[in-house]
Structure formats: C-alpha cells, structure tokens
Design a protein around this ligand. Structure first.
Ligand SMILES: [Cu+2]
Length: 347
C-alpha cells in the first residue's frame, strides 16, 4: 500500500511537471533552428526566449505579444515569400509532447520596420494574421491541436507570397481552451521568431491588429462556454486572416532536433531606409552567402533567471488540466502521462 501511494503521488508529480510547454524549434524551408527551454538560455536562437513554460493569462496581459517576459533574440534567419514556416511544440521538459488538445493555432506577422528585429520592441507592432487552424473539418470535434498532443506533430504554414522584403516577427500561438468555460480561463502560448524576408514582394498587409489589443477576455473564442459541446462552432479571436495570407497550414511529421546552438545562420539586417529609395535589394540573396553570425549573448543564464516573480507567479497557480470540467480530454491527458510513467517504471 505504501508503495502504491508513493507510486501514485510520484506519477501525479510527473504529470504536473509535464504540464504546459513551449516551442522547441522552428524551421524555414526545412532548415531547423533550436529554441531555448524557457528560463534556460543555452545559445543564440531566432526564437525569443520566454521566462516560463506556463501560459500567459489574461487577453490584455502585455506578455500576450511574444510570451512571458519575452526577450529579444540574437538571430534573424532568412526566409522568402512562400517559404514554409514550421513550428515544433514540446512539453515543458523538452522531451514530452505538448500537453493540450483543445483550442486554435494562429499565426501572425509584423514588420520590424527600420529597426533590426534583434532590437525591435513589439509593443507597437502592426500584426497581420496569416493563418488560423481550429476544429478539423471532418466534424469529429477534434482540434488540429490534438495532433500536436497525441502524435507530437509539427505545424507547417506557407508564408504569404507577396511579403515585402525586410525583417519580421512571426508570432505563432496556441490558445488552450480546456478552462475557457470560465472568463479568464483561456491559456495563451504565443511565441515570436525573427525572420528576414528576401525577394521583391510589395504587399501591404491589412487589416492589422495590436497585441495587447487584438483580444478581449470576453471574445467568443476566448471565453467559450460551448467549448465542450459537440458540434459547436468556433469563432477565432483576433479578426480575419489578412489579405497577405499564408496557405497550406497543416500538421507535419514531428521534428526531434536540433539541440545545438546556434543552428543555421543569421542574416544581416537590411540597411535602414534612405528616404526615397524603397526598392532595397541589398539583403543577402542566399543564406550561404552570409557569414555565420558570432552573436554575443545579451541574456546570460543569470539574467534569464531573474524573471520577475510577479510575472510568473500568476502562472504557478494555474492548474491546467486538473480543473478541466466535463472534458474527456482531461482524462485522456492523465492516462497518457500515467501510461508513459508505467512504461518508464517497468523498464
Ligand atoms: Cu499547460
């Protein structure tokens, strides 16, 4: 009995330790770039480092823009209009799968303007939505997010074809809705990646939104009393997909690497606009032309560790799946963890 109690409490502990998650890596056209475990800087990445694997809570929280206490990243990686942008989500330990399965995946972009993306403050950025994926069209009631949880799938989206050249943040986001039957229950997991769009597109995105600003806690896709009702429609927050839309958003085979930093190379920022000339063609035309960057980490591990306790404190109390009511998924979630534990235990 003693052993069983220990076993059960240990498995509950492991389950909790795996709750939440983060973006482990991203890719542009199959070139993968490692991301840092939140609050655990290991090396340069194009993904802005966040302070905790927990969610952003509150639709108007300033951290809604790029994640909890997001820091500017050191790399800006090359991409083209029409490049495939891939995202690999992970459970919080960096090994397990993403733990949630209810709610949308949305992707936005914003120009860094004349500022290098490495220095760009996103609080005033004009974001345009390039894609949204929610419930599967087969009527099963399954969300695309479920494929990330159960199969560990990556997410792919083809970037808009007419993007103007320059630096952009790509803001990809999961909203986990297992607690969204309560106002303020939704969990936001945004992340920002710094890319340099090449080419000669000239699209002007519309409409654009601000973060915070695009969402409200009372939006139907954020406070959603019907989220567990089979057949209920889902209304995406954040307005419509922009005229510059991504295409072919889909799930892809899981990617399990890389773990080295930096992976891939940065590109130099575009020179600041010189007034009248807007036809800037001086960006490197090929990633291989640009020398590997020798970034100087601006965030030491100790800096990253000095996260404002108030910023993360709000997430500590959130219990994620434990409070999910009437959600068959919550049970699935626990069983999954339990089965994994059993496998580990029996080795
Ligand atoms: Cu979570």
């Amino acid at each position: 009995m003693q052993a069983l109690t220990t076993f059960l409490s240990l498995s509950l502990f492991i389950s909790l330790a795996h709750a939440h998650g983060y973006v482990k890596s991203i890719a542009i056209d199959g070139q993968w770039y490692a991301g840092n475990i939140p609050n655990n800087y290991k090396g340069p990445s194009p993904i802005r480092l966040i302070s905790d694997i927990g969610p952003v809570k509150g639709a108007t929280n300033p951290d809604i823009v790029c994640g909890l206490s997001a820091q500017k990243a050191e790399m800006v990686v090359p991409a083209n209009p029409g490049s495939v942008f891939s995202v690999q989500w992970s459970g919080g330990d960096g090994v397990s799968k993403w733990p949630h399965n209810i709610g949308p995946l949305m992707t936005y972009m914003a120009s860094c303007g004349s500022t290098a993306c490495t220095d760009f403050d996103p609080s005033g950025a004009k974001w345009f939505k390039i894609d949204e994926l929610g419930l599967k069209p087969d009527g099963s009631g399954d969300w695309f997010q479920n494929d990330i949880m159960t199969a560990g799938d990556a997410f792919d989206v083809t970037l808009p074809q007419d993007l103007a050249p320059g630096g952009y943040l790509v803001r990809h986001e999961i909203i986990a809705l297992h607690l969204a039957t309560e106002m303020g229950g939704a969990e936001f997991y945004p992340m920002c990646t710094q890319v340099m769009i090449q080419g000669s597109g000239n699209g002007v995105p519309a409409p654009t939104v601000a973060f915070p600003g695009a969402y409200s806690d009372s939006d139907p896709g954020i406070f959603d009393p019907d989220v567990f009702n089979a057949g209920a429609n889902y209304t995406f927050p954040g307005g419509p997909v922009a005229n510059l839309a991504g295409t072919d958003a889909s799930m892809a085979a899981p990617f399990t690497g890389p773990t080295v930093f930096p992976s891939g190379t940065s590109v130099a920022p575009l020179p600041a606009p010189t007034g009248a000339s807007s036809g800037n063609t001086t960006a490197p035309s090929s990633p291989s032309d640009s020398a590997p960057s020798a970034p100087e980490p601006t965030a030491s591990p100790s800096d990253a560790g000095a996260a404002d306790p108030a910023a993360t404190g709000a997430t500590r109390g959130s219990t994620c799946h434990l409070r999910a009511r009437g959600a068959s998924s919550a049970g699935t979630h626990e069983r999954r963890h339990f089965k994994r534990f059993l496998r580990t235990f029996s080795r």
